[in-house]
Every structure is written in C-alpha cells, then in structure tokens.
Write a protein that binds this ligand. Structure first.
Ligand code: GLU
Length: 250
C-alpha cells in the first residue's frame, strides 16, 4: 500500500501523529489477519520543510535534497516508535528508479523485499530523494508503489490519498460521485482532473496511470481515502459499504 503526503502531514507541514498512529493500528490489524504488507510512504519532503529556517533561496533540487534528508529521519523514527508498540519490526528501503532498470538491480531489489517479508519485517519504502537525479526520478510514489506491487506479485495495491476515490466530475461540485469500479475496458480517462494536493508530487492522473498499468498486470488496485477512520479493515471486511474506487485486474 501507498500513503500520500497529504494523509501523513498536517496543513502546517508537521507529521500528523494521530493519523499515522491510526494507520499503524490498521496495518497491524492487516498483519494479524494474515496479510503481508509493504508500505510505500511519502511525507519526507513535506515534513522536512518545517524543520529548518533557511535564510536564503534554495532551488527546487536543493530543497528536495535537504528536506527529504531531514524529513525521512523524522518519518521513519515515528514509524519505528509506533510499530514497536505492536512488536512489529520495520526496515527502511530508500530506492531510486535506476534500481528497477537493469535486470541485476531489479533482482537485487526484489531479493531485498523478499528477505524482509520472509523474516516478518515490514518494509517501509520511499524514493531516495536525497540522491535521486531529477531527470531519472519516479514521477512520484504512486509510480514507485506500482512498480513494487508488480515486482513482488502483490495481490492488491491500495493507494491511500486525501479523497475517496476517482470521481466522475470535480469532487467539490455537488452531484459528483466516486466511480466504484473500473473494468479493463472502461474508458474513464475523461474524468481525470489534473489537480494535485500542494504537498506531494502525485495527483489523480498519476494514480490513474499507475492503477491502469498495475491492474493490467493482474493486480487489484484500490484508491481510497486515508483520512477516513478504519479505512483498511473496512475495505477488507465490508468493501461494498466502503466508498473507494477499484480497478479490476485483467
Ligand atoms: N518521496 C516524496 C517524499 O517522501 C514524495 C513523492 C510523492 O509525493 O509522491 O516526500
């Protein structure tokens, strides 16, 4: 599963501890219910930004390098403390797009996930924004989570974001509704608005592209609202009553 920066951080650029703690409770529940989980977590740049007052202008690359380096420490430390309450071991995986490109690095990346899962360690993955070269970066963590889902042959990819799913119109307009199912032959691209939250890099366009390509690889994809209480157990136990968009695998 992937969680976006807009779920993990508050408007003030701080980690939303209550939200993260609730997500950790739900991931612990998933593991107790027999699911292996890989967590792709954004939020490093968003929460690193407020760590330091910088008195001169930084360009976008400098900002990303500096804030991701500082924010990732905060993010992983908080996950460590929260998961420790459940005696769940976590491992940090910081990766780059190059690790998915040659066969050798791809196999190596897969072996890394496998050894963690075999040993019951929860991988928490993010792009290594600190050393990534801009032109060679993932579009965003949606793309990264899709590549990982395919690499490990996941049963399901859940993209948790700040809205309930893919809408058939502007979500702020009355009358717009969440599209519940997208089948392999449904063309819903006309509904994708190029809007983004102001914290992460992704948006509905990239979620949609990731969802299509992952569903094509035979994996169910769900887009749901990570700010809704108990969303993960609800998606598993009571999917028909839980608002979300599901892309059916082909
Ligand atoms: N890797 C970025 C971060 O941790 C997030 C990228 C994205 O928004 O998808 O801040």
């Amino acid at each position: 599963m992937k969680v976006g920066s807009n779920v993990l951080t508050t408007d003030k650029g701080k980690l939303d501890i209550t939200r993260m703690s609730a997500l950790v409770d739900q991931i612990a529940w998933l593991r107790q219910s027999g699911y292996d989980v890989v967590l792709v977590s954004s939020g490093a740049v968003a929460c690193g930004r407020k760590e330091l007052e910088v008195d001169h202008l930084l360009d976008s690359v400098e900002q990303r390098q500096l804030f991701s380096a500082m924010g990732q420490v905060k993010l992983i430390n908080l996950y460590y403390d929260l998961f420790r309450e459940y005696n769940i071991h976590i491992g940090q995986v910081l990766t780059t797009k190059e690790n998915f490109q040659s066969e050798r690095s791809y196999q190596n990346q897969r072996a890394c996930m496998e050894v963690m899962l075999e040993n019951d360690v929860l991988p928490i993955v993010n792009e290594n924004d600190t050393v990534s070269i801009e032109e060679l970066m993932f579009t965003d963590n949606d793309e990264l989570s899709g590549l990982i889902a395919k690499m490990i042959g996941a049963q399901m990819l859940v993209l948790l974001t700040g809205v309930d799913g893919l809408y058939n119109g502007d979500p702020s307009e009355p009358g717009s509704e969440v599209i519940r199912w997208v089948g392999p032959n449904d063309d819903v691209s006309r509904y994708i608005l190029p809007t983004k939250s102001n914290v992460g890099r992704g948006g509905m366009t990239s979620k949609f592209n990731t969802a299509l390509s992952v569903a094509k690889a035979g994996i169910r994809v769900i887009i749901a609202n990570g700010n809704r209480d108990g969303i993960l157990p609800a998606l598993i136990e009571n999917p028909s009553e839980t608002i979300h968009t599901e892309f059916m695998p082909s």
